[in-house]
Each structure stands twice: as C-alpha cells, then as structure tokens.
Design a protein around this ligand. Structure first.
Ligand code: ADP
Length: 333
C-alpha cells in the first residue's frame, strides 16, 4: 500500500538500503536529536566506553532504523538487528545477548512488542551486562549468572508510552523523532534523486515533499512513483508529471492519503464530527487501533484536522472544510 508508512516490500527494503545516510552529518533534519546524539557518542568515545542505551520513539518511516545504523557506524561497532515480535521467549533474547561481541550495537525494532519474560531479562542485561539463566525445573531449579559483553541497546518504538516504565527508565537517552517539514523532505528527496540518478525538477521535488505526510519513507516512495510515471509518459520528473503521478496514487494536496480521508469521513459522516473513541473508530475503518493511534492520528492532529479530547477524537472545522462540508454551527451542538 503506497500510503502506509509501515508496510514494506522486499524491493522497497532494497531501495531503502541504498538511500540510507550512513553518517550523522548526512542525516537530514531532527537537529536537536542529531546534536544530542553527537554529544552522547563523542563523550563515550572520549572515555572509551560503550554509549548509553538509546530509545528512538516516533511514527514509522521517520528514520529510527537509519539512526540505529548510524550509531553503529559512528562508533565503529558492528550492528545486530532484531525486533520485538521476534523475541517471544526469554530464551530468544538470551541467544541474541550471549552472542554479542564487546561494544556491539543491538537494535531492537518495535521493542514494545517484546514478550514480558524477555523484557525482565533485558532490564538486568541493560543495567549490569549480565543475565540469569534458569537451569533445571521444579524445586531443584537454579539460576546461573552469565556475563555479557558490554553493548549499546538501541530500541525503537512507535510511541514511548507503549513501554513499561522500568524499561523506559533504563535508557540513558530518549529521542522523540518529529515529522519532517516540507523543506527537510525536499532535501531528503533531492538527495535520493541524486543517489538514484533521477532527473527531477526542484518544483517536482517540492510537490512530493509537500504531500509526504512529514515522512521520509513516504517521500522516497512517492519519488519512485513519480520517476516511473515520468519514464512511461516520456520526459523527466517535472511538476506536472509529479502532480499526475500523485493523483494516480490517491495522495491529495494536503498529503492526506486514503486511510486519513477514510478516518475523517467516518468521523464526520457517521459520527457528526465526534467525539468518537479509538476502539469505535478503528472498527468502523477496519484498521488496527495501533495503526490509527500511531500512524494516522499523530499526522491528522499535527495538521489540525482532528483533536483528541478525553471523550474521544473530534473533527475540527478544517476537517469539515477539507471534505467540502459545512461544520455544524454552535447552535446545532
Ligand atoms: P523507521 O525505522 O523509523 O521506520 P527508516 O530508518 O527505515 O525509518 O527510514 C525510512 C527511509 O527514510 C529510509 O530509506 C531512510 O533512508 C529514509 N530516511 C529517514 N530519515 C531520513 C533522514 N533524516 N535523512 C535522509 N533519509 C532519511
């Protein structure tokens, strides 16, 4: 699905590999996170120790995996990649941890989806570079401590609020990644078009940037669709080719995609603008609550289309206008 920042094909993963900046100074935007990370890595290198554990929080496609790779690259350490869903037993985690070499960077994507028993093992590992292995069963069972090589954990999560406090507290540094501005996204696709050898007009890049939901992954994806369109219809990536391609893929002037519009339509058409609870909304749209909450909502809230109230989500007058309807006046409420 072109508009889902979380869905990824193998082909896209390959593309993304080619488009990932490998150094902090090539990483576009997120100025604050970048300078905080620079400081953290430089201090560790001066003291000749592993950098503190790092938690990266933010919606999909904003550069969490890229930053994890950069942390490894900048500290000249190997990187091992895993993910929460792949760690469903304490044993899965023990296998990963015991195989780490000194200084290695361990990246756990979607760390909030790790199983509970593994989480508890991770607390000790993060704090003391040690785990306790259970040996035997029943009354004779004992635990044997296992020393680990010092490592840096980089965890990624779509929302840091999904993590239990004891886990969150064990990260020395939490970076909250923000959506990118159109200018920053334009810089991202400018760089990508150079890497991929795509001849694109600056106006085309600007159009792509404006419609990419503040998300580099989507910007890069739209860039490739614009390239395809230009290839098939002759010529290079001009503004009009970009507009035509984006229209074909259902991305509107505001960068709202099919799912965003569907959420607004249900909120307004079926529930008179809300308030509507997350559960009701996700059932009506036929999409997982987590996707609505961590992908759709943050963007719609930031753009001013919906607000969150204690009683649920509400459409703003801007959302009504966007769907071409009149918002109910105060008298109608
Ligand atoms: P996440 O792990 O948060 O889902 P990724 O790190 O996989 O996101 O990034 C998705 C794509 O966007 C990658 O191709 C990456 O190169 C690109 N990207 C993300 N952030 C930046 C950035 N700040 N500068 C340049 N490219 C970026």
């Amino acid at each position: 699905d072109i508009v889902d920042p979380a869905a990824q094909s193998d082909q896209e993963l390959q593309f993304e590999g080619a488009l990932r900046p490998s150094r902090l100074e090539e990483f576009i935007g997120q100025e604050k996170v970048r300078s905080q990370l620079t400081l953290l890595l430089s201090a560790a290198s001066l003291e000749n120790r592993t950098p503190d554990h790092i938690l990266l929080a933010g919606p999909p496609g904003l550069g969490k995996t890229t930053l994890a790779m950069i942390v490894a690259e900048e500290s000249r350490s190997p990187l091992r990649m895993s993910s929460g869903p792949a760690i469903q037993h304490a044993g899965d985690l023990a296998a990963v941890l015991s195989a780490l070499t000194p200084g290695e960077v361990l990246f756990i994507d979607e760390i909030h989806r790790m199983a509970r028993p593994a989480e508890e093992m991770l607390y000790l590992a993060m704090e003391d570079f040690r785990i306790d292995i259970m040996v035997g069963k029943g009354p004779g069972a004992t635990t044997v401590p296992l020393e680990l090589a010092p490592f840096t954990l980089v965890g990624a999560t779509t929302r840091s609020g999904l993590l239990p406090n004891p886990l969150r507290d064990r990260f020395g540094f939490t970076a909250n990644l923000e959506f990118y501005s159109p200018d920053e996204l334009q810089a991202v696709v400018r760089r990508s078009s150079r890497v991929l050898n795509i001849d694109a007009d600056e106006q085309a890049l600007s159009e792509i940037a404006k419609r990419s939901r503040g998300t580099p992954r989507i910007a890069n994806r739209l860039l490739r669709r614009v390239r395809d369109y230009s290839l098939v219809h002759g010529g290079h990536a001009t503004l009009s080719n970009a507009q035509a391609a984006l229209e074909l893929y259902d991305v509107d002037d505001w960068g709202l995609d099919r799912l965003d519009r569907q959420v607004l339509e249900i909120l307004i058409g079926r529930f008179g603008g809300g308030p509507v609870g997350l559960g009701t909304l996700s059932v009506s749209v036929g999409e997982e609550a987590e996707t609505i909450e961590s992908v759709v909502e943050p963007f719609l809230v930031r753009q001013g289309f919906i607000v969150r109230s204690p009683r649920g989500r509400m459409a703003t007058p801007m959302a009504w206008a966007h769907l071409g309807r009149d918002a109910p006046g105060l008298n109608d409420l």
